[in-house]
Design a protein around this ligand. Structure first.
Ligand code: KIV
Ligand code: ZN
Length: 551
């Protein structure tokens, strides 16, 4: 049997369905290019029928990724660009419109098959479900050669009915059959058994690739996916950092490294260039605002840290005592001290290139100016600092309002007070954008951060940028590196004030109910907080402007 396992990445589709993980079109394109460089075989670029914005973003990826030479892509084959569609003509037409420009397009269509979905969600009989699969997979195949079909909630579907549904999809022209454990319910031996039975009992299955798509509700997504592969699946659906609906999807980095590290046992391989994993993880974390837990396998900040004396002693004697992978293999360098105050633009650019950030021209100038300002405050500039600086410059949203100055007074006496100076009109995308102007506002709050956010809200309301104000859902501060002079990184999540959290659904078209994230870095955490809040506000305003433009 073929030892090659295809990697199907759904960071831009299932991953983007995590609340608040919404990305701008520019960020989606950047992620798609990174996935291509990483060696992903199939990029699920989005759900084109969700909104005109989603369709446009998928189309841009289809027009760009794989058409241009992506420097560093391990395989000479361009990646397949896939779009998701419900089993309806309307969705399939929109999906095809979006992916048609790709060199290798794929339509992924799905229909639920489990009893609970059939009875309560679809209100369809088994016969009706099979007929719809036949009709819509057939229609999809009339548009595109490469068709993937998913019986949603396959993990809880009766086996006999699953065989029937899959056989109908094959007869109608499906080329890949995906078996989603939509609710993350199955156990590894059980899921593997399902794949084995499907392989043995579905007529025509030998002409198709079997794919696994596992959710992590019981923390078993990676184990279930591997079990599926061991039983004959040759495509694994994954997301960077394991993001996705609820507890998320199988992590790309975990599958890639399990297959690579245990190659002798498994006898399998993927096309992933593992040295790009850390960079891809950081990019996705940055553009989605989904912080990676420090103990996350492969890409967490502590994944290669050794704390206890016994472990450190073992590591000094032989690294294999406590490490099954070298950090370099996943692109996590052990080097810390890299550059300082006297380093030049060339050395700075070269180091960024080595870290996987090929920054040039204007972006390099801006990042270098930030680096110099940081080097004045901080003696030891580490790789983590460099990445924070460059990410701040590269992934900054369109700035309708930006920080020009900030002063706070706080402590245990008197009221915490903040004065902010903001500049508006940097980006004239929406009707509401104010003219280029400076706005100064002072506010008191329960603390300095609250006072700063109130002052920003007042300016945003006064200039008509966002009259309703935003509600802060989450606020976190982390230190980029150790040490008293470390850069502080602030992440926030916001949404328009007064919206009901239960109604959150990132695939709805009404942007007023979406959650937006923002992040900012600075050696002063109040300044970092202001930057993070403005970045989230700017995303919200830009999304609303795009929605108004599309309407
Ligand atoms: O989890 C799921 O069932 C899905 C399908 C659309 C494949 O994401
Ligand atoms: Zn899913």
């Amino acid at each position: 049997m073929n030892d090659y396992v295809r990697i199907f990445d759904t960071t831009l589709r299932d991953g983007e369905q995590s609340p608040g993980a919404t990305m701008t079109s520019k960020e989606k394109l950047e992620v798609a290019k990174t996935l291509s460089r990483l060696g992903v075989d199939i990029i699920e670029a989005g759900f084109p029928a969700a909104s005109p914005d989603d369709l446009r973003a998928v189309k841009t990826i289809a027009e760009t990724v794989g058409r241009e030479q992506v420097i560093g892509r391990p395989s000479s084959e361009p990646p397949t660009i896939c779009g998701l569609a419900r089993a309806t003509k309307g969705d399939l037409d929109k999906c095809w419109e979006a992916i048609a420009p790709a060199q290798k397009p794929r339509i992924h269509t799905f229909l639920a098959t489990s009893p609970i979905h059939r009875e309560h969600k679809l209100r369809m009989s088994k016969a009706e479900v099979v007929a719809r699969i036949r009709e819509m997979v057939g229609y999809a195949r009339s548009l595109c050669e490469d068709i993937e079909f998913s019986p949603e909630d396959a993990g809880r579907t009766e086996m006999e009915f699953l065989y029937e549904a899959l056989a109908a999809a094959i007869e109608a022209g499906a080329t890949t059959l995906n078996i989603p454990d939509t609710v993350g319910y199955t156990l590894p031996h059980e899921y593997g058994e399902r794949i084995r039975l499907i392989k043995e009992n579905v007529p025509g299955i030998e002409r198709c690739v079997i794919s696994v798509h596992c959710h992590d509700d019981l923390g078993l997504a990676t184990a279930n996916s591997l079990s599926g592969v061991l039983n004959g699946a040759r495509q694994v659906e994954v997301a960077i950092n394991g993001i996705g609906e609820r507890a998320g999807n199988t992590s790309l980095e975990e599958i890639a490294m399990a297959i690579q590290t245990r190659r002798a046992l498994l006898g399998l391989r993927t096309g992933i260039d593992s040295t790009q994993l850390t960079r891809a993880s950081r990019l996705v974390s940055k553009v989605t605002g989904m912080v990676v837990q420090p103990n996350k396998a492969i890409v967490g900040a502590n994944a290669f840290a050794h704390e206890s004396g016994i472990h450190q002693d073992g590591m000094l004697k032989n690294e294999e005592t406590y490490e099954i992978m070298r950090p370099e293999t996943v692109g996590a360098s052990r080097t810390h001290l890299v550059l300082g105050k006297h380093s030049g633009r060339h050395a700075f650019g070269a180091r960024l290139g080595e870290l996987g950030y090929p920054v040039e021209g204007d972006n390099l100038d801006k990042a270098f100016a930030r680096f110099k300002a940081l080097a004045d405050k901080k003696k030891r500039i580490t790789d983590a600092d460099l990445i924070a600086v460059v990410s701040d410059e590269l992934y900054r949203p369109v700035e309708h309002l930006r920080l020009d100055g900030l002063q706070v007074a706080c402590g245990s006496m008197g009221l915490p007070t903040a004065t902010v100076r903001l500049r508006s009109g940097g980006a004239k995308v929406g009707e509401n954008d104010a003219e280029d102007a400076i706005h100064v506002r002072a506010c008191v709050g329960t603390g300095p951060v609250d006072a700063v956010f109130k002052a920003i809200d007042e300016v945003a309301a006064e200039i008509g940028l966002h009259p309703d104000g935003v509600e802060l859902l989450e606020y976190t501060v982390t230190s980029v590196t150790e040490g008293i002079d470390a850069l502080g990184e602030v992440s926030v999540r916001v949404r328009s004030r007064g919206e009901d959290e239960d109604q959150l659904n990132p695939q709805r078209e009404d942007t007023s109910q979406r959650v937006y994230h923002g992040h900012g870095t600075d050696t002063d955490i109040i300044v970092a907080s202001a930057k993070a809040y403005l970045s989230a506000l700017n995303r919200l305003v830009a999304a609303r402007a795009a929605q108004q433009k599309a309407a």
